[in-house]
Design a binder for this molecule. Structure first.
Ligand code: ZN
Ligand code: ZN
Length: 342
């Protein structure tokens, strides 16, 4: 029977956003520990390779370029696609399924070209539609650590069947999916077992570090080798100071396990800039305590102090003369479709 009462439509559940009092009151002292055995991950969608040496034909086909699009970024929902025009993965599932797949279709990506969904952590703005997407597209599995899955089940009203579509991953142990080599790494935040992802494609690294209270040692390791970096720039410190949030919530956001502010993001980028970094995407901007112009200006000023020239990521002739492109990802709408040609 279609749409039976077992169908728990996650989109209709009460929203539990981080950055709200409701969510913050639920959080804290997560004493659950899971002993993760760092065993290699078997993935379902690894490209097949022949074991017969005589059948091996060396063909120097050029790789299609890596592409990226964000479907929304911030406490109202996060989801993005990373891959080529042939295959790729979703990072997080906080945007509704039709929005995501209609936009992908408009860019030539069919559902079967999406090989999996990588989840950063269990806050609702990152996982709200995970089960719904996987129910609609049954080939899709959820790639996250067991603790993240456990956090989803513990915190949210979602079918336990979500376990059946889970693919366990382990931090610092790369796995292959959609022609990409993906490594989850630890980021400090107040979700359960929060991860960033470093995605290797050819000799390039696409790195996403969202919901990150500070740049910890392992996060630093991955973020500083990125060619294309999605980095949180959550709030302007002054706007948060004088804003309407209660003091305990402000403190939570400012804490080392909260969110990264514009100035800290700008300082990290300026202090660690190398010529390898070609794109900076500022993500998870607060609706109440930030504005895209303020965040971009803050980063641009810090880079300008080091004589680093900054483009707008629009592919214009002027942009091509700049060392790095800087883009603030929109909160509620899709970004443009980015193609990384260098
Ligand atoms: Zn978030
Ligand atoms: Zn979060």
């Amino acid at each position: 029977m279609p749409n039976s009462n077992r169908n728990k439509d996650f989109s209709k559940q009460k929203s539990i956003f981080f950055d709200t009092q409701e969510d913050l009151e639920k959080e804290s002292d997560d004493s659950y520990t899971f002993l993760e055995k760092p065993t290699p991950v078997q993935v379902k969608h690894q490209a097949s390779t022949s074991s017969n040496p005589f059948s091996k034909v060396e063909v120097d086909e050029p790789q299609p370029p890596l592409c990226f699009i964000s479907f929304g970024s911030g406490s109202s929902g996060n989801c993005s696609y990373v891959g080529t025009t042939e295959q790729g993965v979703l990072i997080d599932a906080g945007i509704d399924v039709d929005n995501v797949f209609d936009t992908l279709a408009a860019n030539g990506i069919k559902p079967e070209m999406v090989k999996g969904i990588c989840l950063t952590h269990d806050h609702a703005d990152h996982i709200r539609f995970a089960y719904k997407i996987a129910r609609k597209y049954k080939h899709l599995r959820l790639y996250c650590t067991r603790r993240v899955l456990d956090g989803i089940l513990r915190r949210h009203n979602v079918s336990r069947r979500i376990k059946d579509i889970h693919e366990a991953i382990f931090k610092e142990i790369p796995f292959k999916l959609a022609g990409l080599e993906i490594t989850a790494f630890e980021v400090p935040h107040d979700g359960t077992d929060n991860a960033g992802f470093s995605i290797e494609y050819g000799d390039k690294h696409f790195v996403i570090a969202t919901d990150i209270g500070h740049v910890s040692e392992r996060a630093y390791h991955y973020m500083t080798r990125a060619n294309y970096l999605v980095i949180e720039s959550n709030y302007d410190a002054h706007m948060l100071d004088v804003g309407k949030y209660p003091e305990y919530l402000k403190n939570r956001i400012r804490s080392a396990n909260g969110h990264l502010n514009n100035a800290d993001t700008a300082r990290f980028l300026a202090d660690n800039f190398t010529e390898n970094l070609k794109y900076i995407f500022l993500c998870h901007l607060s609706a109440d305590n930030n504005k895209p112009d303020i965040a971009c200006q803050c980063v641009q000023d810090a880079l300008a102090e080091k004589n680093i020239t900054v483009g707008k990521g629009e592919g214009s002739f002027d942009d091509k003369t700049k060392q790095v492109q800087l883009v603030a990802l929109p909160r509620y709408v899709c970004s443009r479709w980015f193609v990384f040609r260098e």
